[in-house]
Design a protein around this ligand. Structure first.
Ligand SMILES: [Zn+2]
Length: 108
């Protein structure tokens, strides 16, 4: 099973064509996720292109994998770094290193 793209939970299960995460209730289509190309750069939830060094803000609460910490909507991160992979944004929030999906942030 692929991990949840929102929280990284490994216990996602298939529900029809969708996968459902028991941790954060996120639902996603694995084919859609796989078909989303990274070409054209990483874009935030508003479709704005992100770049290394940008500042971003969370647009929804995010539960972190492996701990009970929840990053609150509105949490900001400066100096992001874009990386390859499922979670495109490497940054620090609340003094923690976190990997984020670009869909869950917007540029600020
Ligand atoms: Zn999840």
């Amino acid at each position: 099973m692929p991990p949840c793209p929102q929280c990284g939970c490994d216990y996602a299960y298939p529900d029809g064509a969708m996968y459902v995460c028991p941790e954060c209730s996120h639902e996603w289509n694995p084919e859609e996720a796989a078909a989303t190309p990274s070409e054209g750069g990483v874009r935030d939830s508003n479709g704005n292109l992100l770049a290394d060094g940008d500042s971003i803000i969370l647009i929804k609460d995010l539960k972190l994998k492996g701990c009970s910490t929840v990053l609150k909507k509105g949490t900001k991160a400066k100096g992001i770094r874009l990386v390859d992979g499922d979670h495109e944004i490497d940054c620090r929030m609340n003094d923690m290193k976190v990997m984020l999906k670009a869909d869950f942030v917007k540029k600020c």
